[in-house]
Design a protein around this ligand. Structure first.
Ligand code: UD2
Ligand code: MN
Length: 380
């Protein structure tokens, strides 16, 4: 990839060089006058009635294709021509995986903004019917080409079945449109003990990696629905925060290093920061601890633009069993001291079951209370 970029750049450089030789020499004053005229026209256009269109035109000139501009007022149904698209995608027959050629660099199935359906009745059997290509365990590979990227999606979960159905209804077709090789893992916390989102995600990482060397692991709140299928579930140079713009925060980042909602890390990135903390019981703080770990491990957060990284959160009340963690601020002040000592390297849990459901791999775990010192102290 890097090499390809270099070759292209050299090519461009040669072109511009030969152009420069053929160009007539302009007097600097004329060039300055022309530039001012162009600036004046642009400003006039922006101020005029045509301003909206001109602004969009200029935005299109200065942003890359995957960055929009996107028209979120006309979203498209995420199932539009999905089966036909998957069936017709060139290549050889299904099952002939070895002989498949790589999928295109940019999937031709992408739609951009997709409509989020939260009103109609959605349940798992409806989602299954609409996703005939998904294999048991919630696995999928493009049928007619070899996926360039693979990912596991880990969903920490307890008692949010209606949200899970809505998420799967939207996420399966999005991942299929992105031509990924993927699997979805739902990590269920057993019992009534206080919820522990970050520890469940550590469990999810470990359980998913038992199956396969995934290129990327995504950690996904059950109630966040992607609004743009061009926001790719592919890892980046740094741990990737996918949910850059949520409706609940007015489609803006609530604060600079926010890392909640949906994020994706390569196994290397994840292990470099010793995974996530196991000791945040209850609501809050764990997302900031994770962001701190990224920085303390010497990595940078990567993020799609707020035009692209859009999600809707299904409205909900605070769950019973997930009261705000009163210790979160004191704990956050200790991340620097703790992160190497507590995380993936101290994870322990008991797996109670692992089943291949039609739309996801269901893993139920007993996660505690942990006998480790930090958790015991904080848990009473
Ligand atoms: C925010 C963040 C979330 C996390 C949390 C603090 C957003 C959109 N999300 O979520 O990433 O940092 O604050 O902990 O801002 N869950 C269950 N059952 C439960 C409780 C939680 O399944 O009983 C799971 C579920 O996947 C849920 C997630 O944990 O989406 C986060 O919990 P939440 O949605 O109740 O918290 P919220 O929306 O404030
Ligand atoms: Mn939520």
């Amino acid at each position: 990839m890097y090499l390809l970029k270099q070759v292209n750049n050299t090519h461009l450089f040669h072109n511009s060089k030969s152009l420069a030789i053929k160009m007539p020499r302009w007097h600097p004053a004329i060039l300055l006058a022309l530039a001012s005229l162009q600036l004046a026209c642009t400003l006039l256009l922006l101020a005029s009635e045509q301003g909206g269109r001109a602004r969009r035109f200029l935005a299109a000139l200065f942003t890359s294709e995957e960055d929009g501009p996107f028209d979120y007022s006309h979203p498209v149904d995420v199932y539009t021509n999905l089966s036909a698209g998957l069936e017709n995608m060139g290549g050889k027959s299904i099952g002939d995986q070895v002989f498949l050629s790589p999928c295109p660099v940019v999937s031709p199935l992408l739609l951009g903004p997709i409509s989020v359906q939260l009103s109609g009745p959605v349940n798992l059997s409806i989602v299954s019917r609409r996703n005939p290509w998904v294999l048991p365990g919630g696995r999928h590979s493009p049928p007619r080409c070899k996926a360039r990227h693979s990912c596991a999606v880990v969903i920490p979960h307890r008692n949010r079945e209606p949200h899970l159905a809505f998420l799967l209804y939207h996420l399966h077709p999005v991942l299929q449109r992105q031509q990924l090789h993927y699997a979805i893992y739902v990590i269920q916390q057993a019992g009534n003990q206080t919820f522990n989102r970050a520890k469940l995600m550590n469990v999810g990482f470990k359980e998913a990696m038992r199956d396969e060397e995934w290129d990327c692991i995504f950690f996904h709140d059950v109630d966040l629905i992607p609004e743009n299928d061009r926001n790719l579930y592919i890892c980046a140079d740094g741990p990737k925060h996918m949910a850059a713009a949520m409706d609940k925060f007015g489609y803006k980042m609530p604060y600079k290093n926010y890392f909640g909602g949906v994020s994706g890390l390569t196994p290397e990135q994840y292990l470099k920061m010793n995974g996530f903390p196991n000791s945040y019981w209850g609501w809050g703080g764990e997302d900031d601890d994770i962001a701190n770990r990224v920085l303390l491990a010497g990595m940078k957060i990567s993020r799609p633009s707020i035009r692209l990284g859009r999600y809707k959160m299904i409205k909900h009340k605070h769950d019973a069993g997930n009261a705000a963690n009163p210790n979160r601020f004191t704990m956050l002040a200790q991340t620097r001291r703790i992160w190497r000592l507590e995380g993936m390297n101290t994870l322990n849990y008991r797996r109670l079951s692992r089943e291949q459901q039609p739309l996801y791999t269901n893993i139920t775990v007993d996660i505690g209370p942990s006998e480790r010192a930090p958790a015991r102290r904080l848990h009473g």
